[in-house]
Each structure stands twice: as C-alpha cells, then as structure tokens.
Design a binder for this molecule. Structure first.
Ligand SMILES: Nc1ncnc2c1ncn2[C@@H]1O[C@H](COP(=O)(O)OP(=O)(O)OP(=O)(O)O)[C@@H](O)[C@H]1O
Ligand SMILES: O=P(O)(O)OC[C@H]1O[C@H](OP(=O)(O)OP(=O)(O)O)[C@H](O)[C@@H]1O
Length: 215
C-alpha cells in the first residue's frame, strides 16, 4: 500500500494553475476540484489528501507536518521564513514584488512610511538599502495607502500592472520575481521519499517539456 501524501494547496489565484499542472503530470483529480467549498479532498486513486488553505498559511501547515508537501508563492516563502525545503520552482502564477508610490514623489525624510502585506520582506529590503522606514501592515487594497496619505510608498505584488495604473501609481523598484514553489516538510522528505521523488519527477518532466514549447 502506498503512503498517503497530504498536500496543502493555496486557495485563490494559484489554485487553478496548480490543479492544471498536477493534471498535466498525469494525476487524476476529480471534477470536485473545479467547484467545491470542501477544505479537505481525498483522492484515494492517487493516495493523495488535499487540504485547501489560505496561500499565506501553506508553509505553516507544511512546517508543522500536518501536510507533507505544499504549493506556495515565493513571496509567501520570503515573508514567512518557515522551516521547510523548497523542492521545485513550478513556474506558475508569476508576478513580482515592487516598491511603488505616487509619481514624482520622494519618501518623507523625517518618518517615511511603507504600507504592505509583506512586513518582513519590506523591512529587510529597506534595511539593505540603508533606509529607515516605518512599516505599516495592511491586509489588502495596499494601493489605497499612498492615495490617502497613509504611506509614502507601498511594497506589493504586481502582475499586469493594472492596479497601479488605474490608481495613478508608479513602480519605483522591482524587488524580486515571484513564482510558486513546491515545498516539503523535512521529516516527510525522509519518511515518504519514494512518493515525493515520484511527484517531483513527474512535475519536473512537465516543466521540462513546457520549456521546449516556449523556445
Ligand atoms: N496579481 C497577483 N496578486 C497577488 N498575488 C498574486 C498575483 N499573481 C500571482 N500571485 C500569487 O498568488 C498568491 C496570492 O493568491 P491570492 O491573491 O489568491 O491570495 P491572498 O493574497 O490570500 O488573497 P486574498 O487575501 O485577496 O484572498 C501570492 O502569494 C502570489 O504568489
Ligand atoms: O498588477 P495587477 O495585475 O493589477 O495585480 C496586482 C494586484 O493584485 C493583488 O491584489 P488583490 O487583487 O489580491 O487584492 P487585495 O488588494 O485585496 O490583496 C495585489 O495586491 C495588487 O493589488
């Protein structure tokens, strides 16, 4: 009998890309995946159990070992700094983290403020730049902050650039490119090595073939 692999999947944007990738790798995922409010989905044919988590929480489930593996954005990995191994760049849900703000403005010299959903990443970035800033943690609609005077700058995800543009903001610096990663709990990596290696190999093969398609 195969070991059951518990996989923490991020709900939201990444979910669809991740399900498509698993299907491309030949895993049979039931139609339930495409339209369900269930938070735990068992797929006995593949010996998988999926748990559907908030994207920012995926590394927490994996670090604690309640999920063997997970799929998480690099942004989340950088922000959360959990003790997990990153096995594979899945190259899905691409975007980047950037510093943005109102055009033609300088950061306030006295007490510059930066609003973000990523306080750790933002603090590390400005520390490296040698700039002392106050970080203001927000949970969404980050672009509002400079528009109403809450912050001089934001650190946020950019994908199409539409949100910045429609709110009259400009990008000042690109911090880091983001894609989703396959992560694993270190103990599961040792205990369920065969299953995890098989999954990694099958996903890597899809990525390898896709890289030829884009040549
Ligand atoms: N345009 C984008 N905005 C935000 N995240 C994006 C974008 N494009 C890709 N991503 C990836 O998707 C992940 C976030 O997914 P999603 O926006 O569904 O969740 P969330 O941040 O928890 O959102 P919400 O709090 O609005 O539900 C990020 O960690 C990032 O890696
Ligand atoms: O460059 P774009 O394609 O416009 O995408 C970037 C926007 O998408 C995300 O917000 P989201 O839609 O998740 O809403 P939120 O502000 O509630 O987090 C992100 O925080 C940006 O605001």
């Amino acid at each position: 009998m195969k070991d059951i692999l518990t996989i923490a999947m991020p709900k939201g944007r990444i979910f669809e890309d991740a399900v498509e990738l698993l299907r491309q790798a030949g895993f049979r995922l039931p139609p339930e995946f495409d339209d369900s409010r269930k938070l735990i989905i068992d797929v006995p044919e593949e010996s998988f159990r999926f748990i559907l988590a908030k994207p920012m929480d995926v590394p927490t489930y994996v670090e604690h070992g309640v999920a063997d593996i997970g799929i998480a954005g690099k942004d989340v990995m950088l922000e959360e700094e959990r003790v997990v191994y990153e096995l594979l760049d899945l190259k899905i849900s691409a975007c980047y983290l950037a510093v943005a703000g109102l055009p033609n403005t300088k950061m306030n010299l006295i007490a510059p403020k930066v609003a973000t959903k990523y306080p750790n990443v933002a603090a590390a970035y400005f520390r490296e730049q040698g700039e002392q800033v106050e970080i203001i943690k927000l949970n969404g609609s980050i672009e509002l902050a400079p528009l109403i005077g809450l912050a001089d700058r934001i650190v946020d995800i950019v994908s199409t650039g539409r949100t910045l543009k429609e709110n009259g903001l400009v990008e000042y610096e690109r911090i880091v490119d983001i894609t989703s990663r396959l992560i694993v709990n270190p103990a599961s990596f040792r205990m369920k090595d065969e299953r995890i290696s098989e999954l990694v190999e099958r996903l890597s093969e899809v990525k390898r073939l896709q890289s030829f398609e884009t040549l």
